[in-house]
Design a binder for this molecule. Structure first.
Ligand code: IPE
Ligand code: IPE
Ligand code: MG
Length: 258
């Protein structure tokens, strides 16, 4: 069986100064464009550029996993033109950027329910994942048609399909391998741009003990210095995982213990 990183509710994870895993809700594209009297979709286009910079910065800083919310399972509710613009942007991005990601030793993964995407997009996703699958500098995961509830429900269904006899007795450790992000440590730092302070059905399960950071900066304007601010905020936090502050002073590394 594959090795899975420890669950924060079962074992206290090791923590490091630079977050190993950053999860981002890239919000505020539409408002960024509106402020400039441009159509909303221009904000999405600029959002891709912001993502490119953040990927580069994360790689340089030694962040191992970057997971970004690109399209939620609820974003289908948007006007048709905006949804189809986002789909074609996604396809273009895959076609144009994957070679660069590969050259930079970045592994690309996509999570979410792909069944609603058209065949061409699904094909591109699979090719991009395949090409970059052995890269080791950074894992970039794009959440597309993703929802936190979908993830948990999907995991339960697949677990029970494989192991029907576990229906009454399964535990976290049985479910873990079926969740989308099962190979990655849980996010250390969550960033939401665009001023809203909510999770919007992002990684509900995995954010259990993640440090949350909210900024008013709109996503297209989120750059290296904004990322540094978020990381600096993270570095000032005391991650207790249920313990007392006094216990941490005795054992500052967190280290072992359930
Ligand atoms: C986030 O920006 C990108 C997607 C949800 C695809 P928005 O498009 O939500 O921008 P605002 O929140 O309307 O400004
Ligand atoms: C969350 O942003 C989803 C993505 C950034 C892809 P939304 O703009 O869809 O979130 P709400 O609707 O304001 O909660
Ligand atoms: Mg929004």
């Amino acid at each position: 069986m594959a090795h899975h990183p420890p669950s924060s509710t079962r074992t206290i994870p090791d923590i490091s100064n630079v977050p190993r895993h950053i999860a981002v809700i890239m919000d505020g594209n539409g408002r960024w464009a509106k402020q400039r009297f441009m159509p909303r979709v221009m904000g999405h286009q600029r959002g891709v550029e912001a993502l490119r910079d953040v990927v580069k910065s994360c790689r340089e800083l030694g962040v191992q996993y970057l997971t970004v919310f690109a399209f939620s399972s609820e974003n289908w509710r948007r006007p048709d033109e905006e949804v189809s613009f986002l789909m074609s942007l996604f396809l273009k991005m895959l076609e144009r950027e994957v070679t660069k990601l590969h050259q930079n030793n970045i592994r690309l993964k996509i999570i979410g329910d792909r069944s609603r995407f058209d065949e061409k997009l699904r094909q591109s996703m699979q090719e991009a994942e395949q090409l970059t699958s052995n890269n080791t500098a950074l894992t970039l995961t794009i959440a597309a048609n993703y929802g936190g509830r979908w993830d948990v429900m999907n995991a339960v269904q697949n677990l029970l399909k494989d192991h029907p006899h576990l229906a009454q007795t399964f535990g976290e450790e049985d479910l873990q391998p079926y969740l989308s992000m099962s190979d990655a440590p849980e996010p250390d730092l969550f960033i939401r741009t665009g001023g809203e302070q909510r999770i919007s059905n992002f990684m509900l399960w995995q954010l259990a003990y993640t440090e949350l950071y909210f900024t008013d900066t709109l996503w297209p304007a989120f750059d290296r210095s904004e990322l540094n601010k978020a990381i600096a905020s993270y570095q000032r936090r005391e991650r207790r995982f249920g313990r007392t502050s006094e216990q941490l002073q005795v054992q500052p590394e967190g280290g072992q213990g359930a």
